[in-house]
Write a protein that binds this ligand. Sequence first.
Ligand code: GDP
Length: 304
Amino acid sequence: MFNTLTERLSSTFKNLRGKGRLTQADIDATAREIRRALLDADVAVPAVREFIAHVKERALGEEVSEALNPGQQVVKIVQNELEEILGGETRNIQLAKNPPTVIMLVGLQGAGKTTLAGKLSKHLKQQGHTPLLVAADLQRPNAVKQLEVNGERAGVPVFAPHPGVSSEHEDPTGDPVEVARAGLEEAKTRQHDIVIIDTAGRLGVDQELMQQASDIRAATNPDEVLFVIDAMIGQDAVATAQAFNEGVGFTGVVLSKMDGDARGGAALSVKYITGKPIMFASTGEGLDDFEVFHPDRMASRILD
Ligand code: GDP
């Protein structure tokens, strides 16, 4: 846990140990290093500002443990604060009282939604559920096929809008809202207890995308809307999260591409901006590269 930031701070404080309580001067001296560490981790500027104000308030007057110096003590407070913010509301998928539970995935194109759909369906299947994947991303030419491949690998059926798919419901048109609606009906008929709806993304946020996602949400009344965001997105995390939060609304966040070298600042930014819990992390292209989100690991990674 004592990492790069601690080393930096420790050199600021040399070997002072157990010198009573943290003072304003101690905290001010470390705030700059903390700010730099958070910005290096790509935490958005407003989130950094708010976070530091919080830590300053919390640290003032805190006792410095015998084993630590003031710099290490502040890092410990920062680590705890990060864990609390990232994990305050950590929770699992909320299941509907009357199945099927509907989970809708939203996010920019390339964020990792289709990949996540396969991973999440496998994860839920392993927990004894009987998910159905619904291919309502009709924007990207390959998305339906990609979901079918993922579904096959996960051993989970896929409801897709083209002939040849065995369905008791009529083959829906090319309208994603109709596909989502028909997929939900299919799940009810075939008694799947969970439906995962993959939706289209655009390269940038746009009105049409938001409207379509909103329409799908209205048509299927999901229990969870998961916002999938690429951890590498950096400072753009704020604008993107805000746009989806206002345009569609979501209940939880999935951080994808955590196997890359992003330090995960997007996690903190999104949590600060939207207050929504981070639920899962995607850590690779394979179906098993998927984790329930660990706030402590993320806090260490952000500070590293
Ligand atoms: P979508 O447009 O949101 O459905 O995004 P995709 O699921 O198609 O993912 C876009 C690209 O990112 C694909 O090449 C995926 O294989 C890749 N990808 C998705 N999730 C991850 C991840 O966690 N790690 C890595 N390294 N690649 C990922």
